[in-house]
Structures are given as structure tokens and as C-alpha cells.
Design a protein around this ligand. Structure first.
Ligand code: ZN
Length: 434
């Protein structure tokens, strides 16, 4: 019946163990009590045994030696009080716990330090954890196996749990293991606190009213050029105090194409934001004011990492409407316009990777659907066309034919060279289910 007491006495004779680190060895026998409570109960029971033994045997020497063990290695105040009664001039002191190095005795203080370190960030959910030197875990494992301790738990679980409950209470926030805004990790020995701030995601739509703006940050002949991302980021980073951004668009248009109509959905990921509870309406107004007549953002909302995946799928599964300005070599008749319209409606377009993008994309044959086309003469050799097609169809090549890499094309049908002078995306219709 006395397995726990006897094993604990053996342990305490050998190692300084705080209440938590002793109690933890029996933790799974009764998880409703904290390890610290378990450890304290065991130590008090040992104290009672020691006193009882002394009362019966009157052996002062072994009594005082057992008491010293409870004070030095057990840190038991009750033992110290009694010991002083017998040994007036005693300088005996508790030693530091061999496993946690005193960490469990300072949980409240460490929890406050972590809260202090988190103060400069905005967050709505958190996770706290610890880093334990493998040496400590190894030592605990050795002790467990040497003394046949089968009911213990890992020291990290206890630190995490104890810190989480304190932080939850101080911050008045629940712990979030899946998608915390912020993660604090404390090192058990050095007590250093490391903070990782997870990205903030904002979604919305953008319109590009001016040509020559890229979608994501990029350079042209070595010089950075304006992009939707850099323009939005210049303001978002001020609002959030983030370190950088990543832009995820539902597909993209060419640099020289405008993006009109209801705009293109995007998700902006803000890395390491200090502020996340920002006023999105104000952000939207600020971007639209600063970049008036160049770009516009609409319907900004908070998003999550899942939206990044969704937005990529949306880009692939969309029907797009383009407006193209086409320049011909020679004038064409109304019949030819009619023929173009007929031959370029409800038709499969076979397209090899355009020559202009071959340097960055593999050469592959695509088949895309062109739902409808309409053409309007706006000058002797100028046509305005509206194409409704699958996402991923290269419209400039649908016009030029790209050296017969795109079939059919406006050029091939008319038997003359046609060039797309201007291109605008005027609508993107997303296929349901994404
Ligand atoms: Zn300890």
C-alpha cells in the first residue's frame, strides 16, 4: 500500500523536487488534482510518517536527517518550522528543483511576463507553449525508468497547461490550438520569451483603372514598378504595423490590361501584424483616396488562410468577359464582321503557350472555350470586341493567332494580321461551388 510514499522518499533522498515535479510522477492516477497539489499531499504524508516514526522510536538522529531531506529536497515549509523547534541555529535551505529549476514556483510571475511581452500586439486568440531542454526530459525519463514510475506526464504538458490557464484568465481569451493569432513560447531555463505572430488575412476585390500596373510586386528592367500589391501594402502596413505582405489574386490580368467591372477577388496576407483589429472601411477609403483613378478596392473583409486556397480555385474556375481594341491591316466588310462573330462563338480554342510567356512557362497545348464574341467597328481598321471565355484563355493571341499557335483566331479567320491594342477585363463570373 505504501508504494507511492516509499518511492517518493527514495526520490527525495536523491533529488530536489518541487511539488509539481514530484506530483507529476503520479499525475495520471488522479488528474483532477494539479501536480502541485499531488506533490504537496505526498510530502505532507511523508512528514507525518517521519513524525510518527520519531514519536514511536525516539530516534532523534534519523528523524532530523529525514526532516533535512524534506526541507532541502522537498522545500517543505511545514518541515522547516518543526525542524527549527529542534535545531535552533539552522541555516538549512531548500535547493532548486532538479527538473524545472524552480519554474513551477514562479508560474504566476512568468505568466505576467508573457502577458507583458504580448502587450504590443493585437490578437483575438493565442497559444502558449514552452521549450524544455532535452537534457531535462532525458533526466526525467531516466528517473521514471529507474524508479518504475508509470503514471507521470511529460513536463511540457504541465507547463503548457498551467501557463495557458493563467494566461486565459488574465487575457480573458480562450486558448486556440488550431489557428491562434499569436503564439508565445517560453524557455524553461533561460526564461526567454519568443513570440510568433501569425498572418492577418484581408479579402476584397480590386479594380485596376490604369494600364501598366502589375498585380504583385515585380520589376521591369531592374526597376520596381507599381503593382496592386505594392500600392495596397503601402497603406495596409501602416494600418497593421506588419512586416510584409503576400498577395493572392483569383487569377491575374496582363500588366497592360485594365481590370474593370465588379473587380477581381484577392486575399492579402499581412505578415507579423502588430494591429489586427483595424477599421477596414477606413482602410478602404484611404487606399481609394490615395490611388484615386489608378486602382480601387471594394468590400474589404477579414479572411482566413482557407480563403487563399479558395481564391486560387476561383481564379481557375471562372468565366471572363474581356473588351479588346483590335487593329487590322485593312478595312473589313460588315459580312466579315458577321462571319467573325459566328466563327468565334461557342467554339473550342486550341492554344499553345504564347511566345511572349514561353520564357517563364512550359510549352503546352490548352483547349479553352470561347462562349461568345461580338464586334463593333469603331474606325476604318479598328474594331472593338467583347469576348466571353474560360479563365486561362490568352485573348491577345486569340486576336493575333500568335504564329498559328492559337487556332482559330481573328487573324486566321480574316486572312490578315490583327493586333490587340488594348485589353480590359470587364467581368469575372465565378462558377458556383467555390
Ligand atoms: Zn520542479
Amino acid at each position: 500500500m505504501s508504494h507511492i510514499i516509499e518511492t517518493s522518499i527514495e526520490l527525495l533522498k536523491k533529488f530536489p523536487l518541487c511539488n509539481s515535479c514530484l506530483g507529476r510522477q503520479f499525475s495520471r492516477l488522479y488528474p483532477l488534482l494539479s501536480n502541485s497539489e499531488l506533490g504537496r499531499i505526498i510530502k505532507i504524508l511523508i512528514l507525518l510518517e517521519v513524525i510518527h516514526e520519531f514519536k514511536v522510536s525516539k530516534k532523534r538522529g534519523s528523524f532530523l536527517s529525514d526532516m533535512r531531506m524534506l526541507i532541502k529536497n522537498g522545500g517543505l515549509q511545514e518541515a522547516l518550522l518543526l525542524y527549527k523547534h529542534y535545531v535552533k541555529k539552522s541555516s538549512i535551505r531548500p535547493e532548486k528543483c532538479i527538473l524545472c529549476k524552480g519554474f513551477f514556483g514562479e508560474l504566476d510571475k512568468e505568466a505576467s511576463r508573457i502577458v507583458e511581452a504580448l502587450k504590443e500586439y493585437d490578437f483575438n486568440s493565442f497559444l502558449v507553449g514552452c521549450h524544455v531542454n532535452p537534457r531535462i526530459e532525458q533526466l526525467e525519463d531516466e528517473i521514471k525508468s529507474k524508479y518504475g514510475l508509470r503514471w507521470g506526464e511529460n513536463i511540457r504538458f504541465e507547463v503548457d497547461r498551467e501557463l495557458a490557464s493563467r494566461l486565459s484568465q488574465i487575457l480573458n481569451l480562450p486558448l486556440d490550438r488550431k489557428r491562434p493569432d499569436i503564439v508565445a513560447v517560453i524557455d524553461l531555463e533561460s526564461r526567454e520569451i519568443e513570440i510568433t505572430v501569425n498572418s492577418l488575412f484581408i479579402k476584397g476585390r480590386y479594380r485596376k483603372l490604369e494600364r501598366g500596373i502589375a498585380q504583385t510586386r515585380t520589376t521591369w528592367r531592374g526597376e520596381p514598378i507599381d503593382s496592386i500589391e505594392s500600392m495596397i501594402a503601402s497603406i495596409v502596413l501602416n494600418f497593421t504595423g506588419g512586416s510584409d505582405t503576400r498577395f493572392h489574386g483569383a487569377g491575374r490580368e496582363d500588366i497592360d490590361a485594365r481590370m474593370l467591372g465588379p473587380g477581381r477577388p484577392f486575399v492579402l496576407e499581412i505578415l507579423s501584424p502588430r494591429r489586427r483589429n483595424i477599421d477596414l472601411k477606413k482602410l478602404e477609403r484611404e487606399i481609394n483616396r490615395r490611388y484615386a483613378r489608378r486602382i480601387e478596392v471594394l468590400n474589404l473583409q477579414f479572411a482566413s488562410k482557407k480563403d487563399v486556397q479558395r481564391i486560387k480555385l476561383m481564379g481557375e474556375r471562372a468565366k471572363k468577359t474581356y473588351r479588346a481594341l483590335i487593329e487590322l491591316e485593312k478595312e473589313i466588310s460588315d459580312e466579315e464582321i458577321q462571319m467573325l462573330q459566328e466563327k468565334l462563338s461557342d467554339v473550342k480554342i486550341l492554344q499553345r503557350t504564347p511566345l511572349r510567356v514561353l520564357h517563364r512557362r512550359g510549352d503546352k497545348l490548352r483547349q479553352k472555350h470561347l462562349y461568345s464574341s461580338s464586334f463593333r467597328r469603331i474606325g476604318d481598321t479598328l474594331l472593338e470586341a467583347v469576348f466571353v471565355c474560360d479563365a486561362g484563355l490568352y485573348v491577345k493571341e486569340l486576336v493575333s493567332g500568335d504564329n498559328e499557335r492559337t487556332i482559330p483566331s481573328v487573324s486566321s479567320i480574316l486572312g490578315q494580321n490583327a493586333i490587340c491594342k488594348e485589353l480590359d477585363v470587364i467581368n469575372i463570373e465565378y462558377i458556383r461551388g467555390v
